[in-house]
Design a protein around this ligand. Structure first.
Ligand code: ZN
Length: 475
């Protein structure tokens, strides 16, 4: 039994797959790059060498220039791609057009730039009497402006009346385009950008312009790869829960019910959010971190974490919690061991502490502080500025910040600010204002004293608070 289709696995990670390439599509996409380079690098040595070898003109497209030639294996593959009728990856010459720069790369008659057709098709009679068939657009415009006519480009004998009319039309057409000094750019019309292998691959796999996968961030979490793969299964709904197995195996599978609570089917949603074991875990994490979230808002809860390290640690905590719920469920199903609430909480604390220590997010000595004030125990790169005031029982959390800068004149250049929130993240009060501190340390203390005074003046005074703080590094 397979958990997920090969097609989904071969998607790139940002689209919800595992980025295991489809080799055939990858090979075609890589070969396709040579087709775009055939047109965009005409003056390079490799291009000149191949054209000389196969007797092609500079204006020839691959599908015309190499037709019927005795080609090498690689050139024959490139030729087949360029002339194929594959509706997905179209790479005919007409599938490329130039974005106008200085006009030096663009062949006047053969390339497409402003209209949908090359001039060769729009003005076939003028082309037939043209003397410089492989001139660039830039040279043509320069000479035309210099001599006021393009007769040097056409045959020497005087032009007939209808030819003069055609020439005027041609010049009107060309002079409506504005050249500048930037290089010309060859665009692939199916992406509107220069051809890149990634776009070619996405077209072949049907994933060009597919919206990004909502849970792509799991690959950015700083957790072991096996946990990332586990989370990938959770969010692609391919984790072998009882409901999943029942759906895949059918009536032979005994039951889709959750073995833990025996009240609901064991779906991913039930197991990780609604089952008793999940509510134990998440309630613990809510209280421990002083953050309120639901299954819908958990991945937005990062905004409550200040500082990059705190955000990384919080992502790790979420991953650890999912992982521990899964391990506890497996240990019950396969070994008959029912994890207690206490053990579950301890495991989350212990496991997340090891992982955060391994990432250097918390000090190896942190223990009590990690349990009671995780945000406060996370190392901040600049060490100053934030102090958490915590109450283990009521879950009030205060954040303060003092900012001090040596002033060049007599004016004040420091200030304090902060806020106090309850366990549901309701803002109780906030403050901010200038400070007269003489150094960074005093500025931090000013902020702390302001917070304490505000608590003292408020009805919160009869609550007990525990304080954790870091002294700023001064001097
Ligand atoms: Zn359950």
């Amino acid at each position: 039994m397979h958990l997920i289709s090969w097609k989904k696995i071969s998607l790139r990670k940002e689209y919800g797959g595992l980025d295991i390439s489809n080799i055939q599509s990858r090979n075609k996409a890589l070969l396709s790059k040579w087709i775009s380079r055939w047109y965009s690098e005409r003056s390079s040595k490799w291009n000149q060498w191949i054209r000389a070898k196969y007797h092609c003109h500079i204006g020839d497209s691959i599908e015309e220039g190499l037709l019927g030639k005795n080609l090498s294996h690689m050139m024959s593959n490139i030729f087949n791609l360029a002339s194929s009728n594959d509706l997905r990856l179209r790479l005919n010459h007409s599938d490329f057009r130039w974005s106008l720069g200085d006009g030096s790369q663009i062949l006047l008659w053969f390339d497409t730039w402003s209209s949908s057709l090359p001039l060769l098709k729009l003005f076939p009679k003028l082309f037939s009497i043209s003397l410089w068939k492989f001139s660039s657009l830039k040279i043509f415009i320069t000479l035309f402006k210099e001599y006021g006519t393009c007769s040097t480009f056409l045959r020497k004998i005087p032009l007939r009346e209808w030819e003069k009319v055609e020439v005027t039309k041609l010049w009107d057409f060309i002079s409506s385009e504005k050249l500048d000094n930037s290089p010309d750019q060859l665009l692939w019309i199916h992406s509107g950008k220069p051809f890149i292998v990634k776009d070619g691959y996405n077209v072949l796999e049907g994933t060009l312009n597919v919206p990004r996968w909502d849970f792509y961030f799991i690959w950015k979490l700083r957790v072991p790869p096996k946990v990332q793969i586990f989370l990938w299964k959770v969010f692609t709904n391919s984790l072998p829960t009882a409901q999943f197995l029942k759906h895949r195996i059918g009536s032979d599978f005994h039951s889709a019910m959750c073995k833990w609570c025996l009240t609901h089917e064991e779906s991913v949603e039930h197991l990780f959010w609604d089952c008793e074991i999940a509510s134990w875990a998440w309630n613990f994490v809510r209280k421990w971190w002083g953050l309120n979230f639901t299954k819908h808002s958990i991945w937005n809860s990062f905004k409550f974490c200040s500082g990059q390290n705190t955000k990384i640690a919080w992502g790790t905590i979420i991953a650890v919690t999912y992982w521990i719920i899964w391990l506890a469920r497996n240990s019950f199903i396969f070994e008959g061991k029912r994890t207690s609430k206490k053990v579950l909480e301890f495991t989350i604390l212990h496991r997340s502490r090891s992982w955060c220590q391994a990432l250097n997010l918390i000090s190896s000595k942190v223990n009590l502080c990690w349990t009671s004030n995780p945000m406060g125990s996370i190392l901040r790169p600049n060490k100053v500025s934030q102090i958490g005031v915590y109450n283990n029982h009521r879950g009030f959390c205060g954040f303060i910040d003092g900012s001090w800068k040596k002033a060049t004149d007599q004016g004040s250049s420091c200030g304090v600010g902060g806020y106090l929130q309850d366990i549901d993240c309701n803002l109780l009060f906030f403050f901010s204002g200038p400070s007269t501190a003489s150094c960074a340390l005093v500025c931090e203390y000013n902020a702390l004293f302001f917070l304490l005074k505000s608590i003292g003046d408020s009805p919160l005074i009869h609550k007990k608070f525990t304080f954790f703080f870091e002294l700023p590094r001064v001097g």
